[in-house]
Design a protein around this ligand. Structure first.
Ligand code: URP
Ligand code: ZN
Ligand code: ZN
Length: 490
């Protein structure tokens, strides 16, 4: 058998094992794995290199208008180019409904923009800000039918947040139709009351952002949304976990059998609130929830290691450090007015590789699990994405584990114009990145170049994954109803 491409001599890594085998690729798919494969029309020498599944970033904001009404700095072209340079070959950004938006129009708009510009494959989650009758009965089921199998809801932000009954409505709809609900869980009252006080007292610098988003606001909202999910018995996924208390709440819920998944992000492993405490420049590190302290970082690492946190995503939310993003009122901008979010799509994997695999905290197989395989499993992209296996798409990143980079925003390809990780010394870098068998980036043959037509990325309609199965666990009151033969209809 002759292959289109053979990746020869590398160490192929999956979530389960590392093997010294060649990879045979034909028609964009992996068709053979084995030692000494016959030649390919293209031969890629991977000796001394790690051959990894391309990353899947299941939490990133691209060409999205925030709840503040600010368009983020990356469009589907710049974001997906940036992702590819960082070894990520699939993204799942958001289609964002704002309260007055009609969901079919929102979806059509994001589909059109992504189809024109994306250079890697993508799915979508749907942000639900107005779960009215039309949304619940018609628009969400219709979105699910098109392969958008996850919603994101907010417990904070004035213009996005849902109250508890609305959350229950969304969870029930997700259960009925087979979707996963992602939750931005912070207590709105604590944050907005403290923020009002801070601004009233003239405390408007970025560091007060971190004061208002208390650790308790995360813990309270986690426990509340977990309790809501238990009423409906449907899985949820809590995004951007940042605190000791939050990790503990999720661990406790999982231990009693609740199906709650969770993710953390680079900013909670590699930044702290001290980064925000540097005057106006601290705005570059402001995201919600904010980075915390070293102890919280340790808790997030531990959560990744023991499975409490299933995923590591970027929450890439890029805004420039100027009037278009972080500083709408220039130097007079208060922390309440600046766009929330940090860029991270391109450095997500190199940071985890260096600080995780390089330092011996996690194995290379755990790296693959956290950055690719679990995203495919939980969000219904498997078996085509998230691993290197016969029949899977040839979405592959070949890493040089010894390649050293000093982080500088000039090296990166997003449009944020800065990186919170400037100056870090990283070791281990994706040198060649392939999507469906096409080499998009080859840092040896053509450093800094990308060979990918705008719009080559394909929309991925996602399947109903096992993660969506309810736990089959009723709270006592609901179980009592069933025992009385008057079961709750969800
Ligand atoms: O600060 C953040 N994370 N901004 C992006 C929007 C969100 O809440 O995920
Ligand atoms: Zn969020
Ligand atoms: Zn986000």
């Amino acid at each position: 058998m002759n292959f289109d491409t053979v990746i020869r001599g590398g160490t192929v890594v999956t979530a389960e094992l590392s093997q010294d085998v060649d990879v045979g690729i034909t028609n964009g798919q992996v068709v053979a794995l084995g030692a000494g494969l016959p030649p390919g029309q293209r031969e890629i020498d991977a000796r001394g290199r790690l051959v990894l599944p391309g990353g899947i970033d299941s939490h990133c904001h691209i060409e999205q208008v925030s709840s503040f009404g600010i368009l983020c700095a990356d469009d589907f072209h710049s974001a997906t180019v940036s992702a590819a340079f960082g070894g990520t070959t699939t993204v799942i950004p958001f289609c964002a409904q704002h309260r007055s938006d009609h969901i079919p129009e929102v979806l059509a708009d994001y589909h059109r923009r992504a189809a024109e510009k994306a250079v890697i494959d993508y799915g979508f989650h749907l942000i639900v800000a107005n779960p009215d009758e039309q949304t619940l009965a018609t628009d969400l089921p219709a979105a699910i039918d098109t392969g958008i199998r996850s919603f994101k809801i907010f417990m904070t932000y004035d213009r996005m947040r849902l109250h508890d009954e609305q959350i229950l409505d969304v969870l029930a709809t997700a259960r009925r139709h087979g979707a996963l609900t992602m939750v931005h869980a912070e207590n709105h009252g604590i944050i907005s009351w403290l923020a009002g006080r801070m601004v009233g007292q003239g405390n408007v610098a970025p560091r007060y952002h971190a004061v208002c988003h208390t650790r308790s606001s995360e813990a309270e909202a986690f426990n509340r949304v977990i309790a809501l999910a238990e009423v409906v018995d449907t899985p949820i996924l809590i995004v951007h976990v940042s605190t000791i208390e939050g990790v503990s709440a999720i661990r406790a819920a999982r231990e009693r059998g609740v199906k709650v998944f969770a993710e953390t992000c680079p900013q909670y492993l590699f930044l702290t609130a001290k980064d925000i405490d540097r005057g106006l420049e601290g705005a570059m590190f402001c995201c919600s929830p904010p980075p915390r302290d070293e102890a919280a970082q340790q808790a997030c690492w531990q959560g990744l290691l023991d499975g409490t946190l299933s995923l590591y995503s970027s929450d890439h939310a890029p805004y420039r450090f100027d009037a278009s993003g972080k500083l709408p009122k220039g130097e007079k901008t208060t922390f309440k007015e600046m766009a929330n979010g940090v860029p991270g799509l391109e450095l997500r994997l190199p940071l985890l590789y260096s600080y995780g695999v390089g330092s011996g905290r996690i194995s290379i197989n755990q790296f693959v699990q956290l950055t690719a395989t679990r995203h495919a499993q939980i969000y219904g992209l498997g078996p085509a994405k998230g691993t290197i296996a016969v029949g899977a798409d040839a979405d592959i990143a070949i890493w040089d584990p010894k390649h050293r980079v000093t982080v500088d925003s000039a090296l990166l390809h997003d449009n944020a114009g800065y990186t919170p990780y400037a100056g870090r010394e990283l070791e281990g870098w994706p040198m060649l990145v392939m999507s469906r068998g096409e080499v998009l980036i080859d840092q040896v043959a053509a450093p800094g170049q990308i060979n990918a037509a705008r719009g080559r990325g394909r929309f991925l309609a996602r399947e109903r994954s096992d993660a969506l199965q309810p736990a089959g666990r009723q709270i006592p009151e609901i179980a009592q109803l069933a025992a009385w033969n008057t079961p709750l209809s969800i």
